[in-house]
Design a protein around this ligand. Structure first.
Ligand code: BES
Ligand code: MN
Ligand code: ZN
Length: 511
């Protein structure tokens, strides 16, 4: 997809595109000069049309208008943006996505998008947001569609027009600094979108294909393309390192586990060493503490954390990151069988701590605990962040769109929360209350695997904290936002690719 920012004034009459989208604020239609020009070209039918359609510019409203050759654009797409006072820069992403979805409905190849008036200082962000919105709204997991249904978007040209009263683009900028900012913004947007789509593809794929071995192959391909170092450990190597928690989860499955470790090294001296751990349970049946059929339905997505860190790594290594970045995916299935781990088992973790198992469905924290121990022993990072679809309780607490963020170092998590806000992903801080650790006391081992229902996402966080020590660490429980139940904005139904955009925003400074 090509993005252009014209440097000459564009008029509605002459702008040659298949569709031209106008982003319109509620209650500001009558004094919009572009609409007036459009109305003139259409011999005064517009007010009646808008009245008929009850289009006033509300946030949920949109309306496609055929122009019958009266202006340069074949169609004009009216996209309601809601009240101007509620408008935020981040809305550019979802507004663009809505415009592009409307355009795709009529198999459009080129689209002009007239944005609200925005300050030139935001040029890079705006270019990035438009790019993310346009590319991500064309995503569909269509690999398994056959026949008529398989119709990928044909959109190839996006012309971005800054909204200026009186023309589609009244004072287009030829300032080289702004041009450069737009080029950077598009590149960044493309990388975020590609990384997010990689994560979506991995997470949407069925567990029959997306096995631990397959995930390791994906990492291998990424390593080759981006010149990353890759270590993949099989069961015997994990046993030698003492990863008995990770291996216990894997032992009920016929699929072999893979411990995946990817490393990106910047060209200069690294600013710091960051480890990104992604929960990579490729299918979570619950094991012997088996889930209900409904509870298992989406459990191919239990490697959403792994998808996010791999997608982010793809983008980071492409754009060049000042940090040394390590990605770890302890990939395994969680299955019931005659060889499965059992309730009451006591297991020794990689760092020596013993764990009493009381629910084999709390498998994620076991895989993460050994990954955290590995990271500290082998990498000695300045910061570790884990992304995990860890608890249903987190979704109950924060709703389906928001991830819970827990940490042992408040100073470390604040920039991540800020980055998430800038990236348009919802994350919210949760506590790790010392008193709640009582719930993890075991009579027979150092620690019990899980507490009761109360504060289920917090006790999961407290369990992980047992394996962290002094290293700054952030835990992101993304059980809710890993998936979307309906299409909306730049999200399609299914996997969202949650986490990729925030990681990039967090690790890549802007020039
Ligand atoms: N993968 C699940 C968590 C999950 C639930 C993710 C719903 C996405 C949607 C995790 O392994 C799990 O089963 N957690 C248990 C924890 C409990 C046994 C302490 C849960 O949430 O019920
Ligand atoms: Mn589980
Ligand atoms: Zn799980």
């Amino acid at each position: 997809m090509q993005f252009t920012f014209p440097t000459e004034t564009q008029e509605l009459a002459t702008l040659r595109v298949d569709a031209c989208a106008l982003i319109l604020f509620e209650g500001e239609l009558s004094d919009n000069p572009v609409l007036r020009a459009l109305d003139q070209a259409l011999s005064g039918i517009l007010p009646g049309l808008l009245e008929d359609e009850q289009f006033t510019g509300k946030k949920t409203q949109s309306f496609t208008l055929h122009t019958h050759g009266k202006v340069g654009a074949g169609r004009v797409l009216l996209v309601g943006a809601g009240k101007r006072k509620d408008f935020q820069l981040n809305d550019v992403r979802s507004l663009t996505a809505r415009a592009v979805r409307m355009a795709n409905a009529s198999r459009t190849r080129s689209i002009g998008i007239v944005l609200p008036e925005l300050e030139p200082q935001h040029a890079e962000r705006v270019a990035q947001l438009v790019t993310e919105g346009a590319v991500l709204s064309c995503y569909q997991f269509d690999k398994y569609w056959t026949g008529e249904r398989k119709k990928p978007s044909v959109l190839s040209d996006v012309i971005v027009l800054p909204g200026v009263p009186g023309a589609l683009s009244g004072s287009p900028s030829s300032d080289p600094a702004i041009k450069a900012a737009q080029v950077r913004g598009v590149a960044r947007g493309q990388a975020v979108a590609q990384g997010t789509m990689l994560a979506r593809d991995l997470v949407n794929e069925g567990a029959n294909e997306m096995t631990p071995r397959h995930l390791a192959e994906v990492a291998g391909k990424l390593a080759k393309e981006r010149g990353l170092d890759l270590t993949v450990l099989g069961p015997s190597e994990c046993r030698e390192l003492g990863m008995r928690l990770f291996l216990a989860v894997a032992q009920g499955s016929n699929e072999e586990p893979r411990f995946i470790h990817l490393t990106y090294r910047p060209s200069g001296t690294p600013r710091r060493k960051v480890v990104l751990i992604g929960k990579s349970v490729t299918f979570d049946s619950g094991g012997l503490s088996i889930k209900t059929s409904d509870g298992m339905l989406d459990m191919k997505m239990d490697m959403g954390g792994g998808g996010a860190v791999l997608g982010a790594m793809s983008a980071l290594s492409q754009l060049g990151c000042p940090d040394e970045v390590h990605v770890i995916c302890a990939a395994t299935e969680n299955m019931p069988s005659g060889t499965a781990y059992k309730l009451g088992d006591v297991l020794r973790s990689m760092n020596g701590k013993t764990v009493e198992i009381n629910n084999t469905d709390a498998e994620g924290r076991l895989t993460l605990a050994d990954a955290l121990s590995y990271a500290q022993e082998k990498i000695k990072p300045d910061l570790m962040i884990d992304f995990a679809t860890l608890t249903g309780a987190c979704e109950v607490a924060l709703g389906p769109h928001c991830a819970g963020v827990m940490t042992n170092t408040q100073d470390a998590s604040t920039p991540l929360l800020d980055a998430a806000r800038a990236a348009g992903e919802e994350m919210w801080p949760l506590p790790l209350p010392e008193r709640l650790s009582e719930a993890l006391k075991s009579d027979i081992a150092d620690v019990k695997q899980c507490g009761d229902r109360k504060g289920g996402c917090l006790t999961a966080g407290l369990f992980l904290k047992e394996f962290v020590g002094e290293t700054p660490w952030i835990h992101v429980d993304m059980a809710g936002p890993v998936k979307a139940t309906s299409e909306s904005g730049h999200h399609s139904k299914g996997a969202t690719g949650f986490g990729v955009a925030s990681i990039i925003e967090f690790l890549l400074p802007r020039s």
